[in-house]
Design a protein around this ligand. Structure first.
Ligand code: SF4
Ligand code: SF4
Length: 244
């Protein structure tokens, strides 16, 4: 099965829908959850991020490459931009952003105390103008980063959601829980490097296959490496025995 024939239409459609309907703020805004926390409330945004971390316990970072509107924008840009962003130390920036963000949310609940659950908290104040600013703002982060540093630069360097899923994946792997991951058949590898070449996250996939240890922290489970390998050396699995 060629996973890209399914994944790309899904993720590009998600991006188009989220941007056209101006619903980015409903689930993905890093701001609205902060606003709710500083009134002591759990809102829809909080629940969405909680679900995201729970899902990552099984699906790892698959959400990033299959459903994230930000990924969809970059897939769209991939028709023009061919270079992929490098796996540099700049990846650490997203953890600083995440820590600052989570710290701000926690401080809101600590200072104001827990007041209850109000799903619509912060949502009703979002005017059409603010919705447009948020939607365009995200595009204004992704497009320049992709143009300057290459494809998936925002996922690698600045995405505030990525650490959620990385933490979920780490917990899953630590407890050896079943969940979606890559599996290598080292003996099938013919060292053609096509998997590495096709990986949008600049992971040396072949090197992982050679040692039979998949599960790079930046792997989005997009399936590009699986599609690229003509020798069936890589596949999806839900068992954890392959992560040596
Ligand atoms: S594409 Fe397959 S055969 Fe080629 S290097 Fe990767 S795992 Fe090995
Ligand atoms: S290692 Fe494979 S599944 Fe993971 S990001 Fe790279 S191409 Fe996608």
């Amino acid at each position: 099965m060629q996973y890209q024939k399914i994944r790309k239409p899904i993720v590009i459609s998600t991006a188009i829908l989220v941007h056209l309907l101006l619903v980015f703020h409903l689930l993905f805004s890093p701001v609205i959850i902060v606003m709710a926390s500083h009134k002591g409330y759990i809102n829809a945004s909080f629940i969405a991020f909680a679900i995201m971390i729970l899902l990552s316990l099984f699906f790892g970072r698959a959400y990033c490459s299959w459903f994230c509107p930000g990924c969809g924008v970059q897939e769209f840009m991939s028709f023009i931009v061919k270079r992929k962003a490098k796996n540099t130390k700049a990846r650490i920036i997203k953890y600083f952003i995440f820590t600052l963000w989570i710290g701000t949310i926690i401080s809101g609940y600590v200072i104001n105390g827990f007041q209850g659950i109000d799903i619509s908290m912060g949502m009703n104040d979002i005017t059409l103008q603010k919705k447009i600013i948020m939607t365009v703002g995200i595009i204004l982060i992704i497009v320049p980063l992709t143009t300057i540093f290459g494809l998936f630069a925002s996922c690698k360097y600045v995405c505030w959601q990525a650490p959620f899923m990385i933490i979920g994946t780490k917990i899953r792997d630590f407890f050896k829980l079943p969940g979606l991951r890559l599996k290598a058949k080292t003996e099938n590898c013919k060292s053609c490097k096509l998997c590495t070449k096709k990986c949008p996250m600049d992971i040396d996939v072949m090197a992982q296959v050679k040692i039979g240890k998949m599960g790079h922290v930046e792997c989005l489970l997009c399936g590009n490496c699986i599609d690229a390998c003509k020798h069936e050396a890589i596949s999806f699995t839900t068992k954890c025995e392959n992560n040596k």
